[in-house]
Design a protein around this ligand. Structure first.
Ligand code: ZN
Ligand code: ZN
Ligand code: ZN
Length: 227
């Protein structure tokens, strides 16, 4: 896959343009943050945000795709796939879904994940897209009705790329969990053997730890807020 030249044409490096982009992006993010944080003291003017078809940067995807109206966007890597954004009950069947990187860049999922796996950076801004501890590529997240409220924050909004990718982290948590379950089971058995019924507190404590572990583990797995 060599879309580097196509991207250079689509996104020429131009200092003046870059600076004006920064101002525009700054205003845009401030406005989106006000909406998201509910801190807008003044009513938001009823201006429909018109997003150009070649836009690829969305630092606050939940606001952009659930509040602003985005009609038509095209994948800026293949220039072919029309990116369709979540509507209620929108099925992913038969469509090529859009996906987002931690830096807030959006393209079609096959283009974005293929590029990152091969080159370990973002095709738009060249930010490294690798998990430091395990060395795996960062997986861009699909933007769909079921997933958009669970996306981690983009980097500019305070999100972070985890040291491990999600499968590696899940595997490590699972290993830790089974060691803890083994230890907890052993201490329940030990307290049953050695603690007299007149003083049941240590045994009850050991049983409580044993009972609580699976719930704690599930909460840890579900609450992964990192990329
Ligand atoms: Zn594409
Ligand atoms: Zn990027
Ligand atoms: Zn990994």
């Amino acid at each position: 896959m060599d879309n580097t030249n196509a991207l250079r044409v689509a996104f020429p490096h131009n200092q003046a343009e870059e600076e004006s982009d920064v101002n525009f992006v700054g205003d845009y993010i401030r406005r989106q943050e006000e909406i998201e944080d509910g801190l807008a003291f003044h009513p938001i003017p009823p201006i429909k945000l018109v997003i150009p078809e070649d836009q690829a940067y969305f630092p606050t995807p939940m606001v952009t795709f659930l509040i602003d109206t985005v009609d038509k966007l095209r994948c800026q890597i293949c220039q072919e796939v029309e990116l369709r954004f979540p509507r209620e009950n929108n099925s992913l069947e038969g469509i090529t879904p859009p996906a987002i990187t931690p830096c807030g860049h959006v393209a079609c999922f096959p283009c974005l994940s293929g590029w990152i796996r091969e080159r370990l950076d973002c095709p738009f801004c060249r930010k490294p897209m690798m998990h430091a501890a395990c060395g795996h590529a960062v997986e861009p997240r699909i933007i769909a009705w079921e997933t958009i409220t669970r996306l981690p924050k983009t980097l500019i909004r305070g999100g972070t790329i985890g040291a491990e990718c999600r499968p590696c982290l899940a595997e490590r948590l699972k290993q830790i969990f089974w060691v803890q379950m083994g230890n907890a089971a052993t201490s329940v058995m030990n307290t049953r053997r050695t603690i007299f019924d007149a003083h049941p507190a240590p045994r009850m404590y050991a049983e409580q730890v044993f009972q609580d572990l699976p719930r704690q583990y599930r909460a840890q797995v579900i609450e992964q807020q990192q990329w």
